[in-house]
Design a binder for this molecule. Structure first.
Ligand code: FE2
Length: 173
């Protein structure tokens, strides 16, 4: 950072970093809620637990970048994500097909994260802030891997759900 950075670009870059930080907070909340509920889908549970830890590390990466730019920790804690309402609607605790709805929502959420990190990475490159570019790229690669994992599990999870539902055992979670 320095005098070469245009104020406008820096402003939107910081906004992007804060939004990504808030996005990971939402991801952590969603994943925490889901893994607490899961009982009958051990592979899904294991992967979500893994991505939960990954998401905590992603948020930490963003925090380090933000702190290096003078952003205080308390300001981040108070930040509210604009799409919070949409994300709240992604919680499907009561649904009979909870595992299906959560899988679709997680797939959607991962793609939102992918788009967010692509944009953030571009902004970091635009103002030539390499620590931020590295953080965005690292997070992006993990979201892409997670999105691909979910993609490959959609059919399997649906069959597993239908098998349990038709067998008359707990299928929802
Ligand atoms: Fe993430």
């Amino acid at each position: 950072m320095g005098m070469i950075i245009k104020d406008e670009a820096k402003f939107y870059y910081l906004t992007g970093l804060r939004d990504a930080h808030a996005m990971e907070t939402q991801a952590i909340e969603l994943l925490t809620r889901q893994v607490e509920r899961l009982e009958n889908y051990p592979e899904m549970e294991a992967k979500l637990r893994e991505h939960l830890e990954e998401s905590k590390a992603q948020r930490m990466r963003l925090e380090e970048v933000l702190n290096s730019l003078g952003e205080s920790h308390s300001a981040l804690k108070e930040a509210v994500l604009g799409l919070g309402g949409n994300i709240a609607a992604l919680a499907h605790t009561a649904a009979a097909d909870e595992i299906i709805k959560n899988t679709l929502a997680n797939y959607m959420f991962e793609h939102f994260e992918i788009a967010a990190y692509k944009s953030l990475h571009t902004m970091a490159e635009y103002i030539d802030h390499q620590p931020g570019a590295h953080a965005a790229q690292a997070n992006l690669l993990e979201e892409v891997a997670m999105a691909e994992w979910i993609d490959h599990r959609i059919s399997h999870t649906t069959v597993a759900f239908l098998d349990r539902a038709t067998a008359g055992v707990t299928a929802s979670h």
